[in-house]
Write a protein that binds this ligand. Structure first.
Ligand code: AMP
Length: 220
């Protein structure tokens, strides 16, 4: 499975990736997670990226392509990958094409996760992450108490809101998505790779539609 999950912030890319990992055993490669890890580790690159991320803007293409190059060279990506939050610009998409062509492993499908903008706002403002296990919840759609936090894995759940999920930053992120990332739908449609999926409604229903699209594309 070599796929990209394309969609606005809050469209469920991370949630659905988690399910695909469990079902197909391929790693999720999220540039957002990798950048947040660099910020937490206090690396030079992380410190440089933090301000950009907190402002809801995109980290420069060169940095992000470097992260991806390194991550896709890891042994676990040999069996495939689910790209989540990457590419986000045409330059990144071109860079990815070149990288995958050079290793003879082209993309099989790009799935566009479609969600109404009002829904996106609700999902993003309600999103909370457990500091202990990294699982993501939503105070509106998947309340931390039902199911229990971390599926009961963390003894004392410590939920926090990502700094860039503040109402002030969300507007900017959605604007950036529309201007810089949305054009990728046409880019991949033109290459015969795009599959649009209705990503609203319950999580299981979205997973069913996603897998059907991946099977149609020969990616699952
Ligand atoms: P995400 O977790 O995917 O919503 O990403 C959080 C933030 O990390 C974004 O708002 C950007 O600042 C940065 N980021 C993540 N992925 C990329 C990317 N592919 N290109 C540029 N910036 C990114």
């Amino acid at each position: 499975m070599r796929i990209v999950l394309l969609g606005a912030p809050g469209s469920g890319k991370g949630t659905q990736s988690q399910r695909l990992i469990d079902m197909y055993g391929v790693p999720q490669v999220s540039t957002g997670d990798l950048l947040r890890a660099a910020v937490a580790a206090g690396t030079t690159m992380g410190l440089r990226a933090k301000q950009t991320m907190d402002a809801g803007k995109l980290v420069d293409d060169e940095t992000v392509l470097g992260i991806i190059r390194e991550r896709l060279a890891a042994p676990d990506a040999n069996s495939g990958f689910i790209l989540d939050g990457f590419p986000r610009t045409i330059v990144q998409a071109d860079g990815l094409n070149m990288l995958l062509e050079s290793i003879g492993k082209p993309l099989q499908a790009v799935v566009l996760m479609q969600v109404d903008p009002q829904q996106l706002l609700r999902r993003l403002t309600g999103r909370r992450t457990c500091r202990g296990c990294g699982r993501v919840f939503n105070v509106y759609t998947a309340a931390p108490s039902v199911p229990p936090p971390c599926g009961g894995q963390c003894v004392t759940p410590d939920l926090f809101q990502r700094p860039d999920d503040s109402e002030a930053t969300i507007g900017k992120r959605l604007e950036v998505y529309e201007a810089q990332t949305q054009p990728l739908a046409e880019y991949y449609r033109g290459r015969g790779l795009l599959h649009a999926v209705d990503a609203e409604g319950d999580i299981d229903g979205v997973t069913t539609r996603l897998i059907a699209a991946l099977r149609t594309a020969g990616a699952a």
